[in-house]
Design a protein around this ligand. Structure first.
Ligand SMILES: Cc1ncc(COP(=O)(O)O)c(C=O)c1O
Length: 406
């Protein structure tokens, strides 16, 4: 780690994966398991920030990539994998009539915002406090202790429709889009209140603004993603994370009418470059990754998510720990009442969640910093048994520690 800190600030190249005192140095990973450089094995309950839906080193994706690499890794032109992948997205996600590929979810979100501003001719976006959409300053409004971004982004609390209504009443004619993260997952897992998301969508429409659904994480909820799960009809959808089968790949898309602004055969088209957009390696991995994310596999992951949430809630209650266990589908979160701070507000903070995180590591489980957990289709009954036993033992360690401080 000292070696890493000589070449990267804090030895880290991704704030969202940092945890105190320093992250584990990982050597290899397979399925639901990871091994560090000291050959310690961990159950992967974070899946690279929810970005490995079939677990680590998923053989069909790896084989598709290996076959693609034989023919080259990227070129300035279309390719069969690119077209086939776009078709499979179009088949699954109704709102994606036309798509554009990017190299990350951040970039896809940024371009969806650019499209909304271009189409509406309006400057503002509106988003939820605490919603994470990647490393793009306008979409960082409402995070890391920041509020609005002057002239560009306005924020309101998640699950508080009245506050969004107030923002739109004041600024509606200048708002290009309401950007929705359907379930907050950064720091705390917060599912939406009934009808909150569809009410936001109606609010946007009433004011002539677009709805951008950031489904980077919640595509996992249904074959058609969270638009299907929550009965939404967004104007633009942003995807990333597990989409590229473990490779850096993002995409945004929407109606033909909106997306035609990027059509280079049209005069005055909106510019969108990217040397590796839709490269054949990522698209080949993405095709099999989506193909294998079936209704049955989603249901199995969701059932495993419920097992984890129940085990945590029951054991925490037995120990008298004041926690909120939340989640949806194959995602779970634990928040300790004693911790007012969200992880992303201060990644270096040593709160109770950070102690729980370290206790999990010593039980051979890697969860997300701040208490986020996710499953994949690779988490079988052996993995689940390891998870429930290890998470319970980690809760006991935290309870002992808290009792010793009283
Ligand atoms: C909801 C959401 N949107 C966008 C992003 C950004 O994606 P990337 O890390 O690929 O830039 C993330 C990453 O965590 C995310 O959770």
């Amino acid at each position: 780690m000292a070696h890493a800190a000589r070449v990267m600030p804090g030895g880290n190249t991704r704030t969202t994966s940092f945890h105190p005192p320093y992250p584990v140095v990982i050597e290899r990973a397979d399925g639901a398991w990871l091994w560090d450089v000291d050959q310690r094995r961990y159950l992967d309950l974070f899946c690279n920030g929810l970005s490995l839906i079939h677990g680590n080193n998923y053989a069909p994706a790896r084989e598709a990539m290996q076959a693609a690499i034989q023919r080259g890794t990227a070129w300035a032109g279309a390719s069969h994998p690119q077209i086939a992948f776009a078709e499979s997205l179009q088949d699954r996600i109704r709102a994606m009539q036309l798509v554009r590929f990017t190299n990350s979810g951040s970039e896809a979100g940024m371009l969806a915002v650019k499209a909304a501003r271009h189409v509406t001719g309006r400057p503002y976006i509106v988003k939820s406090i605490g919603a994470y959409h990647g490393s793009y300053p306008d979409l960082e409004a409402g995070l890391y202790g920041q509020g609005d971004v002057e002239g560009r982004a306005l924020v309101a609390p998640f699950n508080d429709l009245a506050s969004f209504e107030r923002v739109m009443a004041l600024h509606g004619p200048k708002v290009a889009a309401i950007v929705i993260e359907p379930v907050l997952v950064t720091g705390r897992v917060v599912p939406p209140a009934p009808n909150f998301l569809s009410d936001l969508q109606s609010l946007a429409r009433r004011h002539g603004a677009l709805t951008i659904l950031d489904d980077c994480l919640m595509l996992r909820l249904a074959v058609g993603g969270s638009a299907e799960y929550f009965s939404l009809t967004p104007d633009l959808v942003v995807l990333g994370k597990f989409l590229g089968g473990g490779t850096p790949l993002g995409v945004f898309g929407g109606s033909r009418e909106i997306m035609r602004i990027f059509d280079p055969t049209q005069r005055g088209c909106v510019f969108h470059g990217g040397s590796f957009n839709g490269n054949p390696v990522g698209c080949s991995a993405g095709i099999v990754t989506l193909r294998d994310l079936t209704v049955d596999r989603i249901a199995a992951m969701d059932a495993a998510g419920l097992v984890i949430r129940r085990a945590l809630a029951e054991h925490a209650a037995e120990l008298g720990l004041d926690v909120v266990i939340s989640g949806i589908g194959s995602v779970a979160g634990i928040a300790f009442a004693a911790d007012p701070m969200r992880h992303e507000d201060d990644p270096s903070a040593l709160g109770v969640a950070a102690l729980f995180h370290l206790a999990c590591l010593s039980e051979g489980i890697l969860i997300g910093p701040g208490g986020i957990m996710s499953l994949s289709t690779a988490h079988n009954s052996e993995a689940l048994a390891h998870a429930t036993a290890g998470l319970s033992a980690a809760l006991e360690k935290v309870a002992e520690l808290l009792a010793s401080l009283d």
